[in-house]
Write a protein that binds this ligand. Structure first.
Ligand SMILES: [Cu+2]
Length: 125
């Protein structure tokens, strides 16, 4: 019967969806960044790019994917607007950064609704 076939099909899809997101699996993760964590740079980075393992969620008018850059003496670096492109979040500094240690902290929401927070550091020599 046709309806039995559909039920089996639906059951298989449900099973796949459940196993594809078990608690043991990590949700979205940071895949790469520019600058890299621990990087020692000779000059100011032209941009900040974070790439994640999952597509980021976007809600019109809400800044749900953000990063913050703190510089020497805990001075917050002024950044241009955040750009979200599928799995990446990027921005550029308003002005070139000076010598010192910096920390990027980020908070993103993946399309599955899960939030990821983290931070990384880099130094300009
Ligand atoms: Cu998740």
């Amino acid at each position: 019967m046709r309806s039995v076939g559909i039920k089996v099909f639906v059951a298989i899809i449900c099973a796949l969806l459940l196993t594809s997101h078990t608690p043991a699996m990590a949700h979205t993760a940071l895949v790469s960044s520019s600058p890299r964590n621990g990087a020692i740079l000779q000059a100011s980075p032209k941009n900040f790019v974070l790439r994640f393992s999952e597509t980021l969620a976007q809600i019109d008018g809400k800044k749900i994917n953000t990063m913050k850059v703190m510089g020497p003496s805990k001075v917050r670096v002024k950044l241009n607007a955040m750009k979200v492109m599928k799995t990446s979040l990027s921005t550029t500094p308003l002005q070139p950064l000076t010598i010192g240690r910096y920390e990027i902290s980020y908070r993103v929401v993946a399309k599955d609704g899960h939030t990821l927070k983290g931070n990384l550091r880099f130094t300009i020599k």
